[in-house]
Design a protein around this ligand. Structure first.
Ligand SMILES: *Cc1c(COP(=O)(O)O)cnc(C)c1O
Length: 426
C-alpha cells in the first residue's frame, strides 16, 4: 500500500469532506520552494505550506538550530522555570514589535494565540471590576478554529454548527477602498451599543477570506476610535508577521499601536508549532495584584518550548539578513510586474499585492463559493501542472516562501495565465 491508501484507513484531514475529497498527496521530501511526492512528481509550493514555510523546506539553518537546542535542553516546564531561548526570544521580539509592546505570552498555534488575546482582554476589564464580554470583529475574518477564535471568525459555514455556543461577537465591514467611512461609522455605533471589551482584526490583509486588502490609514482611524472608547485593540498578525507584507509586521505600516499582537505561522519558519501573544505593560499590570485570583490562569504544557524558541530566534536572524530583504523585494517587484501585465485582462478582476502576497479574482458564472466547483477545478488544474495553489472560491492567490526562484515564479505565473484562459469568462 502506498501512503495515500494507508492514510485513508486511519486519518482525518482538516477542512475535508472525506466522502468526496481526492486522496491526499503523499509528500516524501522538500527542498526550498519544492516538494516531491511518493511517485517522484515535483511540485512548486507557491503558498509556503499554509503560509508558514518562509525560508523554504528543509532549511539547514533552522535544522541546525533545532539540533543544537535538542541536544542541550529540548524542553522544560515553563511553570516556575525559565530558559535562555525564551528569554532571548522575548527580548528580540520586544525589540522588533511596536514600542508599546512589553510582555510576551507563549502558546502553540495561531488559534491559541488569539484565544489568549481574547481572554486577556476580557479578564483585564474583569480585574478592574468592569463586566465587558462582547468582541468586535470584521466580517469574513479568520482567527482560528478553537472556540474563542472561531467566534471571532466570520466565515459563517466554518462556525454554523456551533453558533449558539459562541462568544458574543458583533461585526463591522472591513474598510476597503471607498467604504472606510461605513466601517468607521459602524465601529462607533457598535461600541456605543455593546460596550465591547476588544476589537480584533487581521491588519491590512484578511488571509482566509481571500487576501482582501485595505489601507493602513483606514485601520489607523479604526484603532483611534476604539482607543478613544477604551476598547482593547488586538492585531492578529498570525499570517502577516515576519516579512509577509514587505515589513516585519503589518503593524509597522501603522501610526497607531495595537494593545495586543498575535503571532504564529512564520515564527518558526514552518518547523515546530509555536505562538506568541504580546501585550503592553498596562494590560499586564491589571493582572498583578496581591489577590491571586487576578492572575491569568492560562497555560499550555509545551509553553515556550526551548526548541521552538531557538528556531524562532534563527528565523528572526535570517529574516534580518540583507539576502532575505532583497528576496522579499524581488518577489514583490515580480508580483507588481505581473499585475501590470494582467490587470486589464477582461477574464479577471481585483488584482492586488502587498509584499509577497499576490491575489486576484477569476471571473466566472459560478459565483465565489468557498469550496465550490470553480475552486476545485482551479486547484486540480494547478496540481496537474505541479503547482500548489489553494484558491479561495474564485480568488487565486500566490504567497510563496522567500527562496522561490524567478524561474519558479514565472512557472507559477504562466500556469495562472493558462488557468485564466481556460476557466475565466469575459
Ligand atoms: C492561520 C491563522 C490563524 C490560526 O492559526 P492556527 O495555527 O491554524 O491555529 C489565526 N489567525 C490568522 C490571521 C490566521 O491566518
Amino acid at each position: 500500500m502506498n501512503l495515500q491508501q494507508r492514510d485513508e484507513r486511519h486519518l482525518w484531514h482538516p477542512y475535508t469532506q472525506h466522502k468526496t475529497a481526492m486522496y491526499p498527496i503523499g509528500i516524501v521530501k522538500g527542498k526550498d520552494a519544492l516538494l516531491w511526492d511518493e511517485n517522484g512528481k515535483q511540485y512548486i509550493d507557491a503558498i509556503a505550506s499554509w503560509w508558514v514555510n518562509v525560508f523554504g523546506h528543509a532549511n539547514p539553518h533552522l535544522a541546525e538550530a533545532a539540533f543544537k537546542q535538542l541536544s542541550q535542553l529540548e524542553h522544560v516546564l515553563f511553570g516556575g522555570f525559565t530558559h535562555e531561548p525564551a528569554v532571548k526570544l522575548a527580548e528580540k521580539l520586544i525589540e522588533l514589535l511596536p514600542e508599546n509592546q512589553q510582555k510576551i505570552f507563549f502558546s502553540d498555534n495561531g488559534s491559541t494565540a488569539v484565544e489568549v488575546a481574547i481572554k486577556m482582554a476580557i479578564q483585564y476589564f474583569f480585574n478592574k471590576g468592569q463586566k465587558k464580554h462582547v468582541i468586535v470583529a470584521f466580517e469574513n475574518a479568520f482567527h482560528g478554529d478553537t472556540f474563542g477564535a472561531m467566534a471571532a471568525s466570520g466565515i459563517s459555514f466554518f462556525t454554523e454548527s456551533f453558533k449558539n455556543q459562541l462568544l458574543e461577537v458583533v461585526r463591522i465591514p472591513i474598510p476597503e477602498k471607498g467604504k472606510e467611512q461605513d466601517s468607521e461609522r459602524k465601529l462607533a455605533e457598535v461600541i456605543k451599543k455593546y460596550n465591547p471589551a476588544a476589537f480584533i482584526f487581521e491588519p491590512l490583509v484578511q488571509g482566509a477570506a481571500g487576501m482582501r486588502m485595505y489601507a493602513p490609514e483606514a485601520l489607523d482611524r479604526l484603532i483611534q476610535i476604539a482607543k478613544n472608547e477604551k476598547v482593547i485593540t488586538i492585531a492578529d498578525e498570525v499570517m502577516t508577521g515576519f516579512g509577509r507584507t514587505g515589513k516585519i509586521f503589518a503593524c509597522d505600516y501603522l501610526n497607531e499601536k495595537p494593545d495586543i499582537i498575535c503571532l504564529s505561522k512564520a515564527l518558526t519558519g514552518g518547523t515546530i508549532p509555536l505562538a506568541v501573544t504580546s501585550t503592553t505593560q498596562a494590560i499586564f499590570d491589571a493582572f498583578c495584584s496581591d489577590d491571586v485570583n487576578k492572575a491569568f490562569f492560562h497555560g499550555h504544557t509545551y509553553m515556550a518550548n526551548p526548541t521552538g524558541c531557538a528556531i524562532a530566534l534563527e528565523t528572526i536572524r535570517i529574516l534580518q539578513t540583507n539576502d532575505c530583504s532583497q528576496n522579499i523585494q524581488r518577489i514583490s517587484d515580480l508580483h507588481k510586474q505581473f499585475i501590470n501585465k494582467m490587470k486589464s485582462n477582461s477574464k479577471t478582476s481585483g488584482w492586488r499585492s502587498l509584499g509577497v502576497i499576490l491575489a486576484f479574482e477569476v471571473n466566472t458564472n459560478a459565483g465565489n463559493e468557498y469550496y465550490g466547483s470553480i475552486r476545485n477545478q482551479l486547484y486540480d488544474f494547478f496540481i496537474s501542472k505541479g503547482i500548489i495553489l489553494r484558491p479561495v472560491g474564485n480568488t487565486v492567490y500566490v504567497f510563496p516562501s522567500y527562496v522561490i526562484t524567478n524561474q519558479q515564479l514565472t512557472q507559477v505565473y504562466d500556469a495562472i495565465e493558462e488557468a485564466i484562459e481556460k476557466f475565466g469568462i469575459e
